[in-house]
Design a protein around this ligand. Structure first.
Ligand code: MN
Ligand code: MN
Length: 304
């Protein structure tokens, strides 16, 4: 079972202006072949389907803990997309619906994210193709699943670098910077898991693609705090056994700040979720917000 924390794994800066096409680019990191829906779906079903959980506890724990983190990555990218679609926010604006107040939106690349989703994120890629179950690999063969996961994390890194190279807005760049560090951890972790089973030092292939994190300004604060050496248990009493793989005997990848690998009991410090304001001209949450706010205020007082 799961516990939810009402924070994001990283603090995202507020966009300088709405940028629906930047939000569309970030959709690739959510619903693309190597996006967060894919890493989540793969590790989630591998964890659910795992055989010999007791005998293979360190491997089961590793896949399960990384799956928990991926759920938070889906949340992080989704928030980034919604922030870029909305911009800094202004919930006072009154519009005349008869004057095409959202004329620009018909030319946005993913116009459906406005028309159907009110500026929110959806499990689709940057061209609005649906994410689907074909992106999930869960073979029941531990080595093949771990090899798939290693490939998936390297592919995700490729995605993120390319999306990063298209973005100027700080919100999307921060999403990429944080996830590049975490993707590097996951590729490293699956490489170490394969090494423990097979003896092959597959982690020596990293980083793939061959761009080190020190080339990305947005990665630097995460490297300084040691995020590249950490796996998290998010406060769960379980999954400590992954320390057999992500162990203190192993060290950071060459080129990253040195140090031993570590397991952190709690979640990352993270940051607060952006307060996205309504867009009343687009009926989100609706055209007369005062009435809904009044109902919510009464319910809130009753709960105290
Ligand atoms: Mn991820
Ligand atoms: Mn990952």
């Amino acid at each position: 079972m799961f516990m939810r924390i009402d924070k994001l794994q990283a603090e995202l800066p507020v966009p300088k202006k709405p940028d629906p096409n930047a939000a569309a680019a970030l959709q690739e990191l959510l619903g693309g072949k190597y996006g967060e829906m894919s890493t989540l779906g793969n590790y989630m079903f591998q964890s659910f389907n795992f055989r010999n959980k007791t005998k293979l506890r360190p491997f089961y724990s590793l896949v399960s803990a990384i799956f928990m983190e991926e759920l938070g990555h889906v949340e992080l990218v989704s928030n980034g997309i919604a922030m870029l679609n909305n911009g800094p926010g202004d919930d006072t604006e009154e519009v005349d619906v008869s004057k095409a107040p959202f004329e620009d939106m018909k030319d946005a690349r993913l116009a459906g994210s406005f028309f159907s989703n009110g500026g929110g994120a959806m499990p689709v890629n940057s061209n609005a193709q649906s994410w689907n179950a074909d992106m999930v690999t869960t073979t029941g063969n531990l080595i093949i699943d771990l090899l798939h996961n290693f490939h998936l994390e390297c592919g995700a890194r490729l995605h993120k670098l390319r999306v990063y190279e298209t973005l100027t807005d700080p919100t999307g760049r921060e999403v990429c910077g944080y996830l590049l560090v975490r993707g590097s951890v996951h590729a490293h972790a699956y490489g170490l898991a394969l090494k423990k089973i097979t003896g092959v030092e597959i982690e020596k292939m990293l980083p793939t693609p061959n761009i080190k994190l020190d080339a990305i300004p947005e990665c630097q604060k995460y490297l300084q705090e040691g995020s590249h050496r950490r796996l998290y248990r998010f406060g769960s009493p379980d999954y400590a056994e992954m320390a057999g793989i992500w162990s203190n005997d192993e060290v950071a990848l060459p080129g990253d700040p040195p140090g031993n690998l570590e397991i952190v009991e709690g979640p990352p410090e993270g940051g607060k979720m952006a307060e996205l304001l309504g867009n009343y001209g687009a009926f989100a949450p609706d055209y007369a917000p005062e009435e809904i706010f009044e109902v919510a205020t009464k319910l809130y007082k009753k709960s105290r």
